[in-house]
Every structure is written in structure tokens, then in C-alpha cells.
Write a protein that binds this ligand. Structure first.
Ligand code: GLA
Length: 501
């Protein structure tokens, strides 16, 4: 009997589409150089030639909506519906022995990613449950970020290439190149520092960060502060370990390491919690940070969903992103920056609108455009988190990042955010009241060609015409004369004044 059974099994397994069955839970673990692995889970149900189920990769959870072929050569298409956004992913694969060989592309023309999946225990990689959330209450203000935070963040320039050595070098640069003296203090590690959790659930950094406490000590020895990044979901945006279910433990770990700033990114939580859970989800970490016993700036990153400015301070947030991710282009920066006027009432000492980090010096804009970026962010009382490589800064870029006249506007202690008070075509005038009774007035030309812009003081809410001003880019005093002031502003440029009565 046994002698007959074995050859029959081998024959069936070798015959495509016959007995071989994809039904089950499969995991492909692709090792990364930082010692972590990127896992993709295929939870499949095969019914004849029809394959259904789910695909989970990083923070994405796809339902299989189309399938063709047989186990020997199949294609599955997964679809993820997230609010208004629909994402698709296509995997091609074949079952070879007990291995599922699969391939995909991130975008149609991107390189082919090949992986091998093996059978995993039922339930491993399943969609995580929505955790119980605390009732809402007001988390007390932590006393931090009385003016918008200033510093550096790794993401815009380095993305996953940030490591211990580069963070130390950024701290060295910031401490000695004039930026620290100009007010920059936070050195913030964004996504991709995370390793695995140990048996107790404690998070450890990956190979790129051998000793986070030693790194914090080093950054502190330079008179600077260290920031870190996590997500309320099981995975971060880049697919690394999030704080889901470990919020208190992680906050204590950050405090023990000497962390001074946390950016907490919704990304990996969006499939687990509903939009209306967001406030409680962020409150949970707000409470955890305060219980951890170290002053930690709390930066909410959920792209301005659910009118975050209305509840950000209640969860202990010191700043909250108001938009999607910035790119190093005029189109991206100007679209984000010039859309912020209505949010002005929600900013103030301790709690700031965050239109995302600076791209100044990353090469995708002209110096004129970067001046506009820096001016606009300062008018908006935005956090000034440089996103370039601080080890190599051109003098023209340093003159932008370390312009103290402009930084003084950003850091004005009254914390009023500018509003657009006049516009005509692609020209706009924004005004920001300052603590000493003066005003920052920025004449922005969003057009590609230069244009004459006229500030008519009465139209901008000035009861009497101001007498003098300072040009904050030329660092020159100007005598004003009469009810209006005109300037020819270059294409994509700015004339930024501090105007005194
Ligand atoms: C999101 C955030 C970015 C950055 C990345 C990291 O896209 O908005 O600022 O933190 O995640 O993965």
C-alpha cells in the first residue's frame, strides 16, 4: 500500500494545477542589511482556479480581488481601500515543492522583487486587532516647545540610510557650523532605526544603531537633543516595528535612552483603527510619554486628518503635521506652504501647525525658492527642521538656514501664525503680528516671472502707515514713505520685511 502511495503523491505534486494547493498561510522574509527582515504574508484560499485571501506587507493590508492561473503559475491582485485612496499590488508566483516563489514590482517599471515564502502557522501575520482605547481626557501641557522646535531630521535626505555615525556627524556639524548658535537644537532620527523586540517586549534598535543611550549621551554632550520616531501601528511607514500594544513600554525605553522628541506617525495604524479613534490613539502615547518621566516633545504625524489642530493640544501634542509629505520641489513646497492660511488660529506657544520638514539645500529648488520656503515656514510659525546633509552646506544655503532675522520671526514668542491678507493672481502678501508690536510682512511672487507687488498698508489692516522696516534677506533698514510700499519680486521669490510703526 505504502509502496503505491508515495509515487502517486509525487506524481500529483509534480502535475501543475492538480493536487497542489495554495491554501494556507505563507510568509516571505527578506533580510535587510540592518539585521531586520521585511515580511510579506500571503493568507491564501484556493478553490479550483480561484484564489482569495489577503496579502500583508509592511503597513499595507490587501484583499485579493483578482486571480488567474494555477499553483504552477498564478497571478493575484490585491486591493487596499483606505478612505479615498485605492492601492493595488500584483504578485506572480508558482509553487515549487514546499516553496512559494513570488515576484512583484513596487511600480509598473520598478525592478522586479523576488521572494520565497514558506508555510507559516495559522494566524501569524494576521490583521492585528483594534486595541481598547482610553476614554478621552485632556493630557496636561508638558511645558515644551514654547516656540516652534528647531533642529534637523534624517528623513528628507537620508531616508533608510541614517545610522549612528551619520547622526553623530550631524550633531557635530550642527554644534559647530553656526546652526546651534542660530537656535537649531533637535537632532531627530526618523524611520528605520528599529530592530526587534525581546521576550519582554522591549524594543531594540537595529544594527545601524548599536547603542541608543550612548548616542543620546553623545548628542547631549554637544548641547543638543535627540529625537526618535515610531507609529501607533504594528509597523511604521517604512515597515519597521511600531509601538502597537507597547506604548507605555516604548515611552519608558525612550526616556531611559535619553530621548527628547518623538514623532509618532499614523501610517501603520490606519487599517486597524478608525479615523474617529485617532484622538484616543494619540492620547495613549501622550499619556505614556508623560508617565515616562522625561520631557519629550510630542510630534503628531497624521497628515492633518480629522482636523488634528482642534485636538492636538488635548492629547499632549506639541506639533502636528497638517499635510502629506513634502518633496524637494517648488510644486510640492509651494502647494503645502501657501495652503496654510486658515490654520493660523490653531498655532500658539506649546502647540504648532507643522507643514512638514525643510527641504532647503537638498538640490531640487533654486536658492530663490529655498528663501521663499524658509520665509514662508517662518511666517507660519512652523517647526524649522532642516532636512539636508549638514556636513556639506554651501554658503548660500547656510545663509538661508541660519538667517537670524528670519528665524526671529519664526521664533517670535507671541506665537501668532501669519495669514494671507491680500492676493492678486499669483502674488500674495502674508502678515504676522509680532510680540514687540512690529509685523512680519512677506510679499510672495508665486509666478515664474518677476512681478511688482504693492503693499497698501490700509488694506493689510494697518491703522496708520508704518514708518520704517527691515529687509530680512538683505539685512538692510528701509525708510517707508506713504500709504504703500512696492517692490519687484523675482519669480518664485519673496520680499520679507519686519515693519515697525
Ligand atoms: C511618513 C511621514 C514622513 C516620514 C516617513 C517615514 O511618510 O510623513 O515624514 O516620517 O513616513 O517612513
Amino acid at each position: 500500500m505504502k509502496a503505491l502511495f508515495l509515487p502517486l503523491m509525487l506524481l500529483l505534486a509534480a502535475t501543475p494545477g492538480m493536487a497542489a494547493n495554495l491554501t494556507g498561510n505563507w510568509v516571505a522574509a527578506q533580510p535587510l542589511a540592518d539585521g531586520t527582515a521585511r515580511r510579506t504574508y500571503f493568507n491564501l484560499e484556493q478553490d479550483g482556479s480561484h484564489i482569495s485571501g489577503t496579502i500583508r506587507t509592511n503597513q499595507f493590508y490587501y484583499t485579493i480581488t483578482e486571480s488567474t492561473g494555477s499553483p504552477a503559475d498564478f497571478t493575484i491582485i490585491g486591493t487596499e481601500q483606505d478612505g479615498k485612496t485605492t492601492r493595488h499590488v500584483t504578485y506572480k508566483g508558482k509553487l515549487v515543492g514546499d516553496e512559494l516563489q513570488v515576484s512583484t514590482r513596487r511600480r509598473p517599471n520598478a525592478p522586479l522583487i523576488e521572494m520565497v515564502a514558506h508555510r507559516a502557522p495559522t494566524g501569524e501575520g494576521a490583521m492585528p486587532a483594534r486595541l481598547a482605547l482610553p476614554p478621552l481626557h485632556d493630557v496636561p501641557y508638558n511645558g515644551l516647545a514654547k516656540t516652534p522646535p528647531m533642529g534637523w531630521n534624517s528623513w528628507n535626505k537620508f531616508a533608510s540610510k541614517v545610522d549612528d555615525a551619520s547622526v553623530r556627524q550631524m550633531a557635530d556639524a550642527m554644534a559647530t557650523n553656526g546652526m546651534k548658535d542660530a537656535g537649531y537644537v533637535y537632532v531627530n532620527i526618523d524611520d528605520t532605526w528599529q530592530g526587534e523586540r525581546d521576550a519582554q517586549g522591549n524594543i531594540h534598535p537595529n544594527k545601524k544603531f548599536p547603542d541608543m543611550k550612548a548616542l543620546a549621551d553623545y548628542v547631549h554632550s554637544k548641547g543638543l537633543k535627540l529625537g526618535i520616531y515610531s507609529s501607533p501601528g504594528p509597523n511604521t511607514c517604512a515597515g519597521y516595528e511600531g509601538s502597537y500594544g507597547h506604548e507605555d513600554r516604548d515611552a519608558r525605553t525612550y526616556a531611559a535612552w535619553g530621548i527628547d522628541y518623538l514623532k509618532y506617525d499614523w501610517c501603520g495604524a490606519r487599517n486597524i483603527y478608525k479615523a474617529e479613534d485617532m484622538q484616543a490613539v494619540y492620547q495613549k502615547m501622550g499619556d505614556a510619554l508623560q508617565a515616562a518621566g522625561r520631557p519629550i516633545v510630542y510630534s503628531l504625524c497624521q497628515y492633518g486628518l480629522d482636523d488634528v489642530w482642534k485636538w492636538g493640544p488635548k492629547v499632549g501634542g506639541n506639533l502636528w503635521r497638517t499635510t502629506g509629505d513634502i518633496r524637494d520641489s517648488w510644486a510640492s513646497m509651494s502647494k503645502i506652504g501657501f495652503s496654510q492660511s486658515d490654520l493660523a488660529p490653531w498655532a500658539g506657544p506649546g502647540h504648532w501647525n507643522d507643514p512638514d520638514m525643510l527641504e532647503v539645500g537638498n538640490g531640487g529648488m533654486t536658492d530663490t525658492e529655498y528663501k521663499t520656503h524658509m520665509s514662508l515656514w517662518s511666517m507660519l510659525a512652523a517647526p524649522l527642521l532642516a532636512g539636508n546633509d549638514l556636513r556639506h552646506i554651501e554658503p548660500s544655503i547656510m545663509a538661508i538656514l541660519a538667517n537670524r532675522d528670519v528665524i526671529a520671526i519664526d521664533q517670535d514668542p507671541a506665537g501668532h501664525e501669519a495669514q494671507c491678507l491680500w492676493h492678486s493672481g499669483e502674488q500674495e502678501i502674508w502678515v504676522r503680528p509680532l510680540s514687540d508690536g512690529s509685523h512680519a510682512v512677506a510679499l510672495f511672487n508665486r509666478a515664474a516671472d518677476s512681478a511688482k507687488i504693492t503693499a497698501k498698508w490700509a488694506d493689510l489692516g494697518f491703522r496708520s502707515a508704518p514708518q520704517h522696516a527691515r529687509d530680512l534677506w538683505l539685512h538692510q533698514d528701509i525708510t517707508l514713505d506713504g500709504p504703500e510700499y512696492s517692490s519687484v519680486v523675482p519669480g518664485h521669490g519673496v520680499m520679507m520685511l519686519r515693519v515697525y510703526r
